[in-house]
Write a protein that binds this ligand. Sequence first.
Ligand SMILES: [Mg+2]
Ligand SMILES: [Zn+2]
Length: 168
Amino acid sequence: MKIGFLDRDGTIIEDYEDEFWSDITEPVFLKDSIDALKSIRQKGYEIIIITNQYLINQKIITLQQYEEITGKFVNKLLDNGIEILDIFYCPHTKEENCNCMKPKDGMIKKALEKYPEIDLEKSFIVGDSLCDIQLGERLQIKTFGIGLEKIEGKTIKIDSLKDIVKYL
Ligand SMILES: [Mg+2]
Ligand SMILES: [Zn+2]
């Protein structure tokens, strides 16, 4: 099974300054992101979301709020015929020094434990932050950075999620 490991905020839905998230209750999908997810699925990838959500333990958003947004996110995608295999999130702050906050690979390890049939070598990772591409480079899998100025290694630079399709 090949996986697209996707960041959520700033990759699929709108991202905001940390403090603005406290008022957010609805995911706002970025232009063309739903079509891009469809194409990724059509290319035979399962989709797993891996998302740093340190705002939870920073008490800027509540866990319930995160779950509400996630529920709406999943439903909107289902309405468009897109099934997400799973979502992994890291609620920790940097100070907690967990092993799941990207660029650490804890969420990927969890995914591999839960789905042993994952073929990591055929999978890819995409995100709009340095931590996403650092994780991809750590795993040595195909990596895409969205809208990032500085990109090193083999990471492929793209302007938005829909640009990924031609590389898959
Ligand atoms: Mg992001
Ligand atoms: Zn964590």
